[in-house]
Design a protein around this ligand. Structure first.
Ligand code: ZN
Length: 323
């Protein structure tokens, strides 16, 4: 937990067009995860918020941007994985007028986080969980708005369309800002770290995190996002990407390839090791072809956390299919 008596941190901000600002949530390391603030007509919304430790950075960002805490209308939460929504309960206590907007499968877990905590501890272990996430505070039911697929939401007249996008998780939704040709994608449109940009543009990888990853659903959700022909996607990891058709094609190709690698590894003596090796090989090859400015060794060290989570998610998928 951050020391509350300490001076407010200096938030790392990335200002984009159309009143959109990314705030580094300082999760794991800088450049790993970004919450977004959307400003419109004197009102504001957060899209995803990060963890409890992100909250001081988000409040400091409001201050830098000149947004009163009373002016925040929404916490738009793409899904309830804790790197996205773990700090939501704490942040809500600081934003008197905010409503948390949640997928119907995610909402119950934010109002009563016990199962969410248990599930996350199963992935990370108890000690690492405490380090990463701290105490998850619930959100009062009367401050939660549960969505339906296709709902429209208005931020001071700025229309956002909500799409339910299973594949990464069953409780995943995205927010489409048609007027500004962009979509806030959470984890549906993969991960794209700015350190791996090359002269060819962004490098992207899918996230197949446990326990609900499903390749067919994820590909269908990505196709649905692509059907809006957005100019930009805003990812949690890490913020704005353009060149959307190329990235979409790469994501879909990788998801198919990872599913194939997992299926091939299903009979291996050590599935985890076989999947991880296949994924590492795939990423090395793609990164080299793309001209990513890191050595193959450095690439896999940099992506170690994603290799690990993706491997666990692919194994969970294999086991679910067998059951
Ligand atoms: Zn996630």
């Amino acid at each position: 937990m951050p020391d509350r008596t300490a001076a407010p941190p200096t938030p790392r901000l990335f200002r984009h067009a159309d009143g959109i600002t990314a705030v580094d949530t300082e999760y794991v390391h800088p450049g790993h995860a970004a919450a977004h603030i959307v400003q419109h007509g004197g009102r504001a919304a957060f899209v995803d918020v990060g963890t409890n430790d992100s909250v001081p950075h988000l409040l400091a960002a409001l201050e830098v941007l000149g947004i009163a805490r009373e002016s925040v209308d929404y916490l738009l939460l793409t899904h309830v994985h804790l790197d996205h929504a773990g700090g939501a309960g704490r942040l809500m206590r600081q934003l008197p007028n905010a409503t948390a907007v949640l997928h119907p499968r995610g909402a119950p877990h934010m109002m009563d986080p016990a199962r969410l905590i248990a599930g996350s501890q199963a992935v990370y272990g108890e000690e690492r969980f405490r380090q990463l996430y701290g105490d998850i505070l619930p959100i009062a039911a009367e401050r939660v708005q549960v969505t339906r697929d296709g709902d429209m939401l208005s931020l001071a007249g700025r229309e956002l369309e909500i799409l339910h996008t299973p594949g990464h998780a069953l409780h995943h939704q995205v927010f489409v800002d048609r007027a500004h040709a962009c979509i806030f994608t959470g984890d549906t449109f993969g991960l794209s770290y700015r350190e791996l940009d090359s002269p060819r543009g962004a490098f992207i990888i899918p996230t197949t995190t446990p326990t609900q990853f499903d390749p067919e659903q994820l590909i269908a959700s990505i196709d649905r996002l692509l059907s809006y022909s957005p100019e930009a996607m805003y990812l949690m990891h890490f913020s704005r990407v353009t060149d959307v058709p190329r990235l979409g094609a790469s994501l879909k190709g990788q998801i198919r390839e990872l599913a194939r690698i997992a299926e091939q590894a299903a009979a291996a003596p050590d599935r985890s090791q076989a999947i991880r090796a296949g994924m590492g090989e795939l990423w090395r090859e793609l990164a080299e072809r793309h001209g990513c400015p890191v050595s193959p060794e450095r690439l896999l060290t940099f992506l170690e956390g994603d290799l690990e989570l993706n491997t666990q998610g692919l194994i969970a998928w294999l086991d679910r299919r067998r059951a």
